[in-house]
Design a protein around this ligand. Sequence first.
Ligand code: HEC
Length: 107
Amino acid sequence: MNHSRLLALSLAVLLVAGCESKPEPNATDGETLFNYYCAGCHKESGKGSFLEGIPANRATTMSESEVTRLIMHGKSNMQDMPSFSHLSEQQARNIAQHLLRRLAKQQ
Ligand code: HEC
């Protein structure tokens, strides 16, 4: 094997290894997606951060379909909550279900 091939090969390995902690762009698991897209602000627990002005979204009174819509399209009266228009409806729904059916039930 010549030098440049070896280099290309190790670069490829590095690239693959570097992406390991991120979910596939087409991941559908609600927990994986929540931890990737939402936890940065709302925390993996969904408790948010009082000091940073991030609400505990697991305590929301919004319904599953409202949260699904909020994720995909945002809401005019929630300016600080980003929307994630690249997610499919299925992905957004799975995130909403993780939030409302799992996190909301935890102490
Ligand atoms: C950049 C930080 C940030 C990220 C990332 C983020 N949010 Fe939010 N979210 C906010 C803020 C700030 C609010 C409060 C907005 C307001 O009241 O104006 C909010 C509000 C909400 C609410 C409404 C809570 C209530 O009071 O009823 C829900 C539900 C919610 N977020 C879910 C999510 C989900 C699901 C994701 C991931 C797809 C997400 N958020 C990602 C910052 C964020």
